[in-house]
Write a protein that binds this ligand. Structure first.
Ligand code: HEC
Ligand code: HEC
Length: 572
């Protein structure tokens, strides 16, 4: 009995080791097939010779990668190292969300994806040299993972400020830090810090392991700093020593004992940095230096797991469901006045989520939109309807400006589009989704100018829009805070203007949105858009609204009468 158990254990253990070792698979030898698939599926972006200069490349930001430089963002390897074959296979399989690099899992077989790994490696000689030197790139050490907990998130939050993440990624991670509008990548193109509240747009995945690897290994080619010994705050000190060092650094009067104590910490830090730099240069470390390095890294890894847990906490688990099907925007009925801009009552509603894409049909086009989506809530009463729109934008642009390096920036804005006349049924044609055509659309166009404006327009096409004569039917109020706009809009359900949409309960109305990020060069047709979605004033069941109150009154009356009779009978 005991032996069978032991054999079973050995079997399971070897299985475990086999899965562990086969995790980093290697690409096959280069073949004609790899070249064929590459030229068919990849070359129009990455170029026939892998220089990132395919015919489609010019309009894209970030640019398709130039494979001849050996620069790879998404790696399981340390800063300065090449990716493993498995890393390349994974990125081809999954694509790079938030960029134009598509996923290939659905279009290419796993065999073809492995052939591609072998083929793209031929564009950079470093891969061959690595193979000849019979060394492997250094893998990021994933042991010692700190499990996700509120406590760990709190520690990570402090580190997020301490390590300067905030300068690019902003206070709550929406990518709106003070450096955000100034960043360029290694190829001199403009780049933006990731919006950490949108995990679905991370290039390399949003698990805590993914985040940890991006932080330790860096995102090569981007301005995001990679971990290097000398860039880490108090590298070489334990958390207790670091805390004490801060106290000493902030002390007004320093005694000779303080000085001696601080010198001890300084020396420790210097030794650790030396060890890290030697290691990075490829120098073999003495056992003593190795120990210093390992001890220092233990602290770094632990802190980085806390940081990864904090970053993870900034984003919902999944991208929200699109506002289609059962998720259509349902305006909720409310008796009496509608909630104003700051009213806490908005918190009681769920948002409907509308993903935006770049407008690429009409010139000028937007191939690289920066606004992911707009979230909408709505209430109505017997006479009016109110909406609350929120959307993330890394910069608050209220006027046209000349920027230092990126040409002009324009004014941020949002437009809400309806048909002038509601289609009679699902088969009745809607106006063309790009601001109408033969059938006109009715628009509310809000601009972040100072003071903000909201205008009513009628349009029969992108270049055929005009202000309505009768303005002032819509009211707006807004706020920009920490990388996010919040816009409140209100209108009467019925207006006198024939060119306005008239809004009625229980009627399904097409609705669409456009958003402009001025800092991204958005103006006129260059913007982010949605196609048609649906909006409805959620009908109030007539029974509840008109029959319930009298019924309740009647019932309570009956109860009262009954109670009185009961009491009277008792008394007599
Ligand atoms: C529509 C254009 C487009 C096509 C087609 C395309 N890519 Fe890409 N690819 C990109 C862009 C853009 C990037 C850079 C994204 C970034 O830097 O964030 C990229 C990056 C990459 C990277 C670098 C990953 C990293 O970690 O930095 C690899 C590898 C890659 N692509 C492989 C492929 C392969 C293989 C194909 C064909 C099967 C392909 N791409 C097809 C646009 C494209
Ligand atoms: C100098 C500006 C800068 C600083 C400082 C910075 N980042 Fe970034 N970060 C960026 C940029 C730019 C990107 C987008 C990289 C890309 O996709 O090319 C990014 C992307 C990311 C991503 C998304 C990774 C992915 O897979 O797309 C995470 C997570 C992240 N940063 C976390 C951090 C943390 C944590 C810190 C602090 C330790 C930090 N960043 C500091 C600029 C910065």
């Amino acid at each position: 009995m005991r032996t069978t158990f032991f054999v079973l254990f050995i079997l399971m253990f070897s299985l475990f080791v086999v899965t562990l070792t086969s995790y980093t698979q290697e690409a096959p030898e280069v073949s004609e097939r790899g070249k064929e698939v590459y030229e068919e599926s990849c070359a129009h972006c990455h170029g026939i010779e892998g220089r990132g200069d395919g015919s489609a490349a010019e309009n894209l930001l970030p640019r398709p990668r130039d494979f001849t430089g050996g620069v790879y963002k998404i790696r399981s390897t340390e800063s300065g190292e090449l990716p493993t074959d498995q890393d390349l296979f994974d990125i081809i399989t999954n694509g790079m969300p938030g960029s134009s690099m598509p996923e290939w899992e659905s279009a290419l077989s796993a065999d073809d994806r492995w052939e591609l790994v072998a083929y793209i490696k031929t564009f950079y000689s470093g891969f061959q040299e690595l193979k000849e030197s019979e060394t492997l790139p250094r893998l990021i050490n994933l042991t010692g993972k700190v499990k996700y907990s509120q406590e760990s998130v709190e520690i990570g939050k402090v580190l997020y400020t301490e390590l300067g993440c905030i300068e690019c990624h902003g206070n709550v991670g929406r990518g709106d830090g003070t450096s955000a509008p100034t960043l360029v990548d290694s190829w001199d193109y403009r780049t933006w810090p990731a919006n950490l509240s949108q995990g679905w747009n991370y290039r390399g995945g949003s698990t805590t392991e993914d985040i940890f690897k991006r932080f330790i290994g860096g995102i090569a080619g981007s301005p995001m700093p990679a971990f290097e010994g000398d860039t880490f705050y108090h590298f070489g000190l334990t958390p207790e020593e670091s805390k004490r060092a801060v106290e000493l650094e902030n002390k007004e009067e320093i005694t000779p004992e303080d000085e001696a104590e601080y010198a001890k910490y300084s020396e420790k830090m210097e030794n650790a940095i030396d060890a890290a730099l030697d290691r990075a240069e490829g120098t073999e470390l003495t056992p003593e230096a190795q120990k210093i390095y390992d001890d220092a890294m233990k602290v770094v890894y632990e802190k980085s797991w806390h940081l990864a847990n904090y970053v993870k906490s900034l984003s919902p688990e999944k991208r929200p469901e699109y506002a289609i099907g059962n998720n259509v925007l349902r305006s909720q009925y409310k008796e009496g006045d509608l909630p104003t801009f700051d009213d806490a009552e908005w918190e009681t509603l769920e948002s409907s989520y509308y993903p935006l894409v770049g407008q690429v049909i009409v010139e000028p086009r937007q191939f690289n939109p920066t606004i992911d989506s707009v979230n909408v809530k709505s209430f109505y009463n017997d006479t009016e309807v109110a909406f609350l729109f929120t959307w993330d934008d890394r910069t608050n642009n209220t006027s046209v400006e000349e920027t230092e390096n990126f040409g002009q920036s324009f004014i941020d804005g949002l437009a809400i589009q309806f048909p002038v006349k509601v289609p009679k049924g699902p088969t009745d044609e809607k106006p063309y989704f790009l601001w109408g055509g033969r059938k006109p659309v009715y628009l509310w166009q809000w601009m972040a100018s100072e003071p903000e404006t909201i205008k009513e327009l009628t349009a029969k096409g992108m270049s055929n829009a005009g202000l309505q004569e009768d303005q002032g039917n819509v009211q707006a109020e807004s706020e920009y805070k920490e990388g996010q706009y919040r816009l409140w809009v209100k209108r009467a359900l019925k207006t006198e203007d024939k060119k306005d949409l008239q809004i009625e309960p229980a009627v399904f109305v097409p609705i669409a949105f456009s958003a402009w990020d001025g800092a991204n060069g958005d103006i006129d047709t260059k913007r982010a858009i949605t196609s048609w979605y649906t909006f409805v004033l959620e009908p109030v069941p007539s029974s509840r609204r008109f029959i319930y109150p009298p019924l309740v009154a009647l019932l309570s009356l009956g109860l009262l009468v009954g109670l009185r009779q009961f009491v009277q009978r008792k008394n007599t």
